[in-house]
Design a protein around this ligand. Structure first.
Ligand code: KIV
Ligand code: ZN
Length: 407
């Protein structure tokens, strides 16, 4: 395991969720504005700090979705235990038209951020952008200055394909954008090429060598092409990053992005390994995962860490025996901590109100449903009738997944 660089007691780790932007770039996924608003509200309950709501210049629909999130979700208090509203963020290429469009969509939220990006690797400069390194620096600086000139104070800059960029050149670009007004520097391993050692070393090098590095927040953005996104993100945190860019269920371009639930639970299970704390309500993880699965249509594999159907299932006799004797023999996390109820009752068409109520209470405790069900008795009755209807059609009993779908 990567050892954390010892710093002051514990720094806040900013959780930047990009489910609605990079996550929506998953092949075959398109969300309506209303679906995006619903997911954004749940991200706020989960305790996310920054919600990258979309790429406003990409389409009218995306502009509308980002603007609605800024207006309808940006004012809500984040997390069950209070906290401040989420920062609503819009993505923009490093050109004025994109930046203006992103700013027009996000400006309605009390806390808002423009995230602008420009590739810095030679392969992107030569073949995609067809510009020199000097032109790249000038364009990056102009983009940040433009964002500042239209009134944006919270500006994030990403050197796209940083993972394959020349480090000295990265220092030059990043030093220049800090001077121009960038407040967060995000380091994307755009193609998921880095190993944890490489990625951690790159963050350390940049934090130590970029001019005025201490005046900004450093951020990770890792893709999962080699299955290393979570490990790389942890290596980034161990080496000085204090923002992580993640998605629910790890969805995103190609093999996806770092998964929020994996990152958060890795820190949860290793409380002394990383000098950071965060404000994610882990009890909301499973429900958020289910909501994103339902809205995107992207079914997660059964063996997906933390939220997969088999993540807490024990098949072999030896394991079952061990877990019955003491749960921690084969369980490193209590399922309830991520909002997965322990499945002691099998619900079916013969189940009565009492068994049903017990199960509902078990699976909704510490969630938003808790309050809703307590304040309106008619909702429970409606739920019970819907459950009976469903139970009639199911041979193998009503699962917790079914119960969440009903809810
Ligand atoms: O992977 C990437 O480089 C990105 C940038 C737009 C930050 O998603
Ligand atoms: Zn990305």
């Amino acid at each position: 395991m990567t050892q954390a660089v010892a710093t002051s007691p514990k720094d806040k780790l900013i959780i930047f969720d990009t489910t609605l932007r990079d996550g929506e770039q998953s092949p075959g996924v398109t969300l309506t504005a209303s679906e995006k608003v619903e997911i954004a509200k749940q991200l706020s309950r989960l305790g996310v700090d920054v919600c990258e709501a979309g790429f406003p210049i990409a389409s009218e629909g995306d502009f509308e979705a980002v603007e609605r999130i800024a207006k309808e979700v940006g004012h809500l208090m984040s997390g069950r235990k209070g906290g401040k509203p989420m920062v609503i963020c819009g993505l923009a290429r490093a050109v004025p038209a994109d930046i203006q469009r992103a700013y027009d969509a996000i400006k309605h939220a009390p806390l808002h951020r423009v995230h602008t990006f420009l590739a810095t690797s030679d392969i992107h400069l030569q073949y995609k952008l067809k510009i020199t390194r000097d032109e790249c620096v000038a364009r990056a600086v102009a983009a940040v200055k433009f964002a500042k000139s239209i009134g944006c104070k919270d500006i994030e800059f990403s050197p796209e394909d940083a993972g394959r960029s020349d480090r000295e050149f990265l220092c030059q670009v990043l030093g220049a954008v800090i001077k121009a007004g960038a407040t967060t520097l995000n380091i994307p391993d755009t193609v998921g090429y880095n190993t944890p050692e490489e990625y951690g070393a790159m963050i350390k090098f940049l934090v130590e060598n970029v001019e005025s590095a201490k005046s900004v927040t450093w951020s990770t953005h890792c893709h999962n092409d080699l299955g290393l996104a979570t490990a790389n993100t942890l290596a980034g945190v161990a080496n000085g990053a204090r923002q992580v860019e993640v998605t629910i269920n790890g969805i995103g371009e190609r093999a996806g992005n770092t998964s929020l639930e994996e990152l958060v639970m890795a820190i949860f299970t290793h409380p002394t390994a990383y000098p950071v704390y965060h404000t994610i309500d882990t009890y909301q993880i499973y429900h958020t995962s289910q909501l994103v699965t339902k809205k995107t249509g992207m079914v997660i594999q059964a063996n997906k860490a933390i939220v997969g159907a088999n993540a807490f299932a024990h098949e072999s006799g030896i394991h079952q025996d061990g877990v019955l004797k003491h749960k921690q023999t084969y369980e490193i996390i209590e399922p309830a901590v991520v909002g997965i109820p322990s499945n002691s009752l099998v619900l079916g068409k013969h189940s009565g109100r009492n068994a049903f109520r017990t199960r509902v209470e078990e699976i909704t405790q510490n969630s938003i449903y808790d309050d809703i069900l307590k304040t309106d008795a008619t909702i429970f009755e409606k739920l019970f009738l819907a459950f009976k209807k469903l139970a009639d059609t199911k041979k193998s009993g009503v699962t917790d997944q079914d119960m969440f779908a009903l809810l």
